[in-house]
Design a protein around this ligand. Structure first.
Ligand SMILES: Cc1cc2nc3c(=O)[nH]c(=O)nc-3n(C[C@H](O)[C@H](O)[C@H](O)COP(=O)(O)OP(=O)(O)OC[C@H]3O[C@@H](n4cnc5c(N)ncnc54)[C@H](O)[C@@H]3O)c2cc1C
Length: 384
């Protein structure tokens, strides 16, 4: 029996594996993907300053920032709403941090984590898709999809597979927002200078994240609007962007790689079961409106690593350890879920009566330094 089996060595499972690599433990990590691959393609991740600090400790950050165009610092976030008053600008220098966050290529991050993991004793197995994770009072059993191998057993199974689909006995809450995220790469006439834009429109929120020499666009909309918008010519699409961003952003020049994915809030309740714990997107998948989801997942990994590193081998995965971990994560998890869901209700609604409070909130945020600082800190470090 192993001490720990990690199902899914993506950014969150991989970060956990790195954070416990120096403990004297027998750890095996199973991932369905082939080495160096990213499931469902590359994407832009918005990392908080807090997540950067965690990746620095894990030795991933220096490798990542050495890769060409893999990290783009966000120096300013400009938040506004279409057809209403109220604008706020959050700036890194006001918060005395080098950047408000970073836009990072998922693929580059995964490669940096894989390379660091290869230097450790962790038994990392690629091409190992998991079919089921079952817990008993004394061990967890992980069954692989292919082959006739006996299940992999461990004192503790950590599920970081992005969905939690393989785990039996976990209740999941799901709220479908009835929206899709349309993502694309957009080039501007002038350099972005690290300025990110978040804009609330009647159709839903949209964001421009500075990445390398372009912006990563994330635009939420209903499936019907998405179908029409995807079908537009490049010029007509750029015209729509200019229309929605108005005077806040000008100079849309080129667009490429338009695609959509569905948006929902989904979380495990609780994120632990017998001998098993879910972390990252397997524990909670959030709407990207506030950029909280991935950062919350990295904090899951970091906190769980601390719990593992301070628990005696015999007690790994027992009920006391798992309930203690769940209690420690409770506030951060539910605050992240509630903050994201609340923003979604407040800003994604086109109920015109809400425009006033929305505008007021944005104006107050800009005018009242402590409130602005608190909001920025929540975006930077999370809510706990
Ligand atoms: C299509 C898509 C687009 C997104 N775009 C954005 C974006 O633009 N910005 C943003 O901030 N966030 C985005 N997200 C969310 C972001 O990708 C997640 O927050 C982040 O990837 C979570 O990391 P994770 O390690 O928990 O899960 P994942 O990144 O999903 O990693 C899961 C890992 O588990 C492995 N795995 C899966 N199933 C199995 C199995 N059965 N057996 C073994 N291994 C398995 C996978 O190969 C993978 O390596 C997007 C998500 C999706 C699905």
């Amino acid at each position: 029996m192993h001490d720990i089996v990690i199902v899914g060595a993506g950014p969150v499972g991989g970060a956990l594996a790195l954070a416990i690599a120096d403990a004297d433990l027998d750890v095996v990590a199973l991932d369905a993907r082939e080495e160096g691959a990213a499931p469902r393609g590359d994407r832009s991740l918005a990392l908080s300053h807090g997540a950067r600090l965690i990746f620095e400790r894990l030795g991933v950050w220096s490798r990542l920032s050495a890769a060409k165009n893999a990290v783009t610092p966000i120096t300013t976030i400009d938040i506004s709403q279409a057809g209403g008053f109220g604008v706020t600008r959050l700036r890194a220098d006001e918060q005395e941090v080098p950047a408000l966050g970073y836009v990072v290529s998922y693929l580059a991050l995964q490669r940096a984590i894989d390379a660091e993991l290869a230097r450790t004793r962790t038994d990392l197995r690629f091409g190992a898709p998991v079919k089921a994770v079952d817990g008993t009072p004394s061990y967890a059993a992980v069954t692989l999809t292919n082959g006739n191998d006996a299940p992999v057993t461990a004192r503790l199974a950590v599920v970081a597979d992005g969905t939690g689909a393989a785990v039996a006995g976990v209740a999941r809450e799901r709220r479908d927002y009835g929206q899709l995220a349309l993502i694309a790469k957009v080039w501007m006439a002038a350099p972005h200078d690290g300025v990110a834009f978040e804009r609330f429109t009647p159709n839903g929120p949209m964001a421009l994240l500075p990445e390398s020499d372009h912006y990563g666009l994330v635009w939420t909309m209903t499936p019907a609007v998405a179908e029409r918008t995807l079908a537009l010519s490049d010029d007509a699409f750029l015209g729509e962007l200019a229309h929605h961003f108005g005077a806040r952003v000008e100079g849309f020049a080129r667009v490429a790689e338009r695609k959509t994915f569905p948006l929902a809030l989904e979380f495990a309740r609780p994120a632990t079961t017998s001998r098993c714990v879910l972390i990252g997107n397997a524990a909670q998948a959030l709407h990207p409106i506030a950029g909280q989801g991935f950062n919350l997942g990295i904090r899951d990994a970091f906190e769980l690593a601390q719990a593992i590193n301070t628990t005696a081998r015999d007690a790994l995965g027992d009920r006391a350890m798992l309930s203690d971990y769940a209690a420690r994560r409770l506030v951060d998890r539910y605050a992240g879920i509630a903050f994201t869901h609340g923003l979604m209700q407040l800003f994604a609604s086109d109920w015109s009566l809400l425009r006033w409070p929305r505008g007021l909130a944005l104006t107050l945020l800009d005018a009242v330094p402590p409130a602005k600082r608190a909001f920025t800190r929540a975006m930077l470090f999370g809510l706990s």
